[in-house]
Write a protein that binds this ligand. Structure first.
Ligand code: HEM
Ligand code: HEM
Length: 360
């Protein structure tokens, strides 16, 4: 069997693409937080100019954020084209990874079109899908970085305990799905562009769950329109905001209790997961709650709200990669269990389907 060398270039390039995409999510977050989305009202041109020739003298205020966002997005699109091509040409990449590279390219094109339609159709709801797709795209890029790393090839002789791997994997998979739901609530709030639906914390209009009867909403809107001079809201806006809060309470309590319990029972050690990762997870989780609370208490400062988006993206990325890693190791363990007892030919390099062997 031909021994193929690990392609470090493609792997490093995929990490670069993940990093630049995280920056892009940050810049996109600034666009939304500063309400700059419509400061450049046309697309794909910018005020009639070719986007790449738009005069620097006009990059002012919100235009600076929106235009920078478009340029960084174009750069990410370019990186994704190179990544998909690199994966296709790389001998050490399996068919699924090559396919995922093209899926990533499809997603980034769709994301660009959604961004453009948000502007040309003046449709703020599109921003919700644009925000969710941005982080899903980031997760896919993370998975590509994982698949092109040396980690999967080193899993061929798993020393990890399958029971612990399964438990940790199920936990992080569930957490990732709930974080995606939490992101959807968050994006729905942000793209209403109508200020905070519930401006107090820890109470909500003096209650655990606010009254959303027509009379109560009319009273809230009277205050918003005549005192704060902001747009009115509906009961649904309040429900989405409260759903985000309650899901956050659940995530932070369940996440902390489960992770502490798993740390005490040494489950991460048994699953061969470096302790820095669950500790980092707890750190991101509590940091995210802190930023969410400050976002409410300080009435959505643009920088804090943007950090909340960015940290949420890091949390989702970390959890989904941990889940991916556990299930990958688990399948390697199962292969070993299936083949143990059977004689493995001398020249068979690994039990992993992937023919890549570590260069080291
Ligand atoms: C690689 C592609 C892209 C990615 C990953 C991306 C990502 C993002 C993110 C994360 C946000 C902030 C969402 C939030 O904070 O809730 C955003 C906002 C925005 N993006 Fe993009 N974007 C991309 C391409 C584009 C393109 C090509 C346009 C073209 C016009 C665009 C226009 C916008 C606009 C107008 C907003 C603000 C939406 C609002 O405030 O309602 N994006 N983007
Ligand atoms: C597990 C904890 C949490 C996670 C994972 C999380 C995640 C997110 C994400 C990803 C967004 C932005 C969505 C987007 O447009 O891209 C968001 C928005 C938001 N979150 Fe959280 N969040 C958490 C906890 C909290 C808490 C505890 C609060 C407040 C009590 C909060 C308040 C908000 C608010 C007000 C927004 C909208 C900000 C705006 O309109 O600019 N979050 N959240």
């Amino acid at each position: 069997m031909e021994v193929v060398k690990w392609n470090s270039l493609v792997h490093r390039f995929s990490i670069l693409t993940v990093f630049v995409t995280l920056c892009l999510i940050g810049v996109g977050g600034i666009v939304t937080s500063t309400e700059s989305g419509m400061t450049v009202p046309d697309w794909p041109n910018s005020y009639g100019y070719n986007m790449f020739l738009f005069p620097i003298s006009l990059w002012k205020g919100g235009i600076f954020y929106e235009h920078s966002h478009r340029l960084v997005a174009s750069f990410v699109g370019f990186l994704t084209i190179l990544l998909a091509t690199g994966l296709q040409l790389s001998k050490s990449t399996d068919r699924l990874t090559k396919l995922l590279g093209w899926v990533a390219l499809g997603l980034v094109i769709l994301q660009g079109v959604l961004g453009g339609l948000r502007v040309t159709l003046i449709e703020k709801q599109i921003g919700i899908f644009h925000a969710i797709l941005a982080q899903s795209f980031l997760v896919l890029l993370g998975i590509l970085a994982y698949r092109t790393s040396r980690i999967p090839t080193r899993i061929a002789s798993p020393a990890a305990d399958p029971q612990s791997l399964r438990k940790v994997g199920i936990f992080f998979l569930t957490f990732s799905l709930l974080a995606l739901l939490q992101l959807s609530f968050g994006a729905t709030m942000r793209h209403q562009h109508e200020g905070l639906a519930v401006p107090t914390f820890p109470d909500a209009y003096g209650q655990v769950f606010p009254d959303i009867s027509p009379n109560a909403i009319a009273e809230i809107n009277f205050h918003r329109e005549h005192v704060e001079e902001i747009d009115p809201i509906s009961g649904m806006h309040i429900v989405v905001h409260m759903a985000h809060r309650f899901l956050a309470y659940f995530l932070v309590i369940a996440g902390t209790v489960w992770t502490s319990h798993a740390l005490m029972r040494r489950q991460f050690l048994h699953a061969r997961i470096p302790l820095i990762l669950p500790v980092g997870f707890l750190f991101l989780l509590w940091g995210q709650v802190f930023l969410g609370v400050v976002t409410v208490l300080r009435n959505k400062p643009a920088d804090i709200a943007t950090f909340h988006v960015l940290l949420g993206a890091c949390l989702l990325l970390l959890c989904s990669l941990l889940a991916k890693h556990c299930f990958y190791c688990l399948s390697a363990c199962q292969k070993v269990a299936l083949t143990s007892g059977q004689q493995i030919p001398q020249n068979q390099p690994s039990l992993d389907k992937n023919p890549v062997t570590s260069a080291a």
